[in-house]
Design a protein around this ligand. Structure first.
Ligand code: SF4
Ligand code: SF4
Length: 402
């Protein structure tokens, strides 16, 4: 046994001890789990009304015993929403563990990978977007909005990273168009990466395809470095989060990317957007996981809603950092989940239970999941679903007809 150290150690030896402890804690992260089950209580899958539900506690125990069935679908059910990370008393890094296992399965071909993931990843590698869309058409939505003969600024104050869904999807483009109209209304000099933009790579990363993620990361960093923008904003919180944590922006790239919601909040509280009265509605805000849980941004969207005249606000049973996932994260957007087993349905039910007729969110992927589920059942037909930028645009007093 080592001798006890009775002398007060200096700061550097304490830091060294701490670094060694952190390292061994990380290495033995599975052993840190005490099987208390608090994570399963917080996991959105627990709220599904079906007999066989995914449980993070059980998953960890199986991983510890080497009992995960890699030929089955269990490994792919986690949406990386982060609810478990919020509550685990022992800080078990469940999402990192799952992503590492997926990486192993994906790169070693050591188990089942959902076929829809393979198609998406092949498209991301070949076209820089998940739907094999023409990369040269990525910025068509923006070109259609640009006044004839308008020149693009060389060093824009702000660079808007639209992301794949707002660039290519008809419903998604409405979110991108709203952001552009808001920036014009506020008189902000901005630009987009245009056809140089590629998928941010978040889905590739969370599915475990590191090579594709790396390729996308490098392409976007190269495109950013040519633009010298002061600030970068992304329409999807997934994009800003993956850029902040995995892109390693150099000094030339200016500041790391942030969610567009923060800029919207800034413009609203500074009174730079003349908000007008909207049709009376009772609104609830769905906190996207990569905005609320991962970035702690929960007050700002509510402050925006509170400033829109005519809007009454309420809260869903789960909200803020305890919000429940829509099901899109971690590749969930690409899984064909049966009706009655979709996480988005839980949120639509909670919105209706809160007496809302308007469900507002700030992530294009949440919006798409909600729209798809709503279309599958009449019980949500009375619920309108909007991105917060679309709602702000509707409220701008000098935009009749919006
Ligand atoms: S909350 Fe943490 S310690 Fe408890 S079962 Fe879940 S992972 Fe294990
Ligand atoms: S990240 Fe979300 S979906 Fe995955 S285990 Fe944790 S709570 Fe469940």
């Amino acid at each position: 046994m080592p001798e006890d150290r009775t002398a007060v150690v200096d700061d550097s030896s304490r830091m060294l001890e701490k670094a060694l402890r952190d390292l061994s804690m990380q290495y033995y992260s599975l052993d840190r789990c005490h099987q208390c089950g608090i994570c399963t209580e917080a996991c959105p899958h627990t709220n599904l009304r079906k007999a066989e539900r995914f449980s993070p506690r059980v998953f960890i125990q199986k991983a510890r015993l080497g009992l995960i069935d890699l030929a089955g679908g269990e490994l792919w059910r986690c949406t990386t929403c982060g609810s478990c990370l919020q509550v685990c008393p022992y800080e078990v890094p469940l999402v990192d563990i799952i992503v590492s296992l997926r990486n192993l399965v994906f790169e070693q071909g050591a188990g089942y990978v959902p076929p829809s993931f393979k198609a998406v990843l092949a498209s991301l590698a070949a076209s820089g977007n998940p739907w094999r869309e023409d990369p040269d058409k990525r910025a068509d939505w923006f070109e259609e909005l640009a006044p004839q003969g308008e020149s693009r600024p060389e060093a824009p104050e702000i660079l808007l990273f639209a992301g794949c869904f707002p660039s290519y999807d008809r419903r998604g483009r409405s979110i991108a168009r709203a952001a552009v109209q808001i920036l014009r209304e506020a008189g902000i000099g901005f630009d987009i990466l245009g056809n140089e933009e590629k998928c941010c790579g978040d889905s590739a990363l969370k599915i475990g395809d590191m090579k594709t993620f790396e390729r996308l990361r490098k392409a976007n960093l190269e495109a950013f470095s040519g633009r010298h923008a002061e600030r970068i904003y992304t329409l999807a919180p997934h994009c800003s989060h993956v850029m902040k944590t995995r892109y390693a922006f150099g000094r030339d790239n200016g500041t790391a990317a942030k969610p567009f919601l923060l800029l919207l909040h800034e413009l609203v509280v500074e009174g730079r957007l003349p908000l007008g009265e909207v049709k009376r509605a009772r609104a609830v805000f769905h906190d996207p996981c990569y905005l609320g849980k991962y970035e702690g941004i929960t007050e700002e969207p509510r402050e925006i809603l509170a400033r829109i005249p005519g809007l009454e606000t309420a809260e869903m049973a789960h909200h803020g950092k305890r919000s429940l996932c829509c099901g899109a994260g971690g590749g969930g957007f690409w899984l064909d989940t049966l009706k009655g087993e979709r996480l988005a349905e839980i949120r639509l039910d909670e919105a209706v239970e809160a007496g809302a007729d308007l469900l507002v969110t700030a992530c294009p992927y949440c919006l798409a999941m909600f729209e798809a589920s709503r279309a599958s059942d009449n019980r949500w037909a009375g619920l309108e679903i909007l991105d917060i930028g679309e709602l702000v645009l509707r409220s701008l007093s000098d935009k009749p007809g919006m």
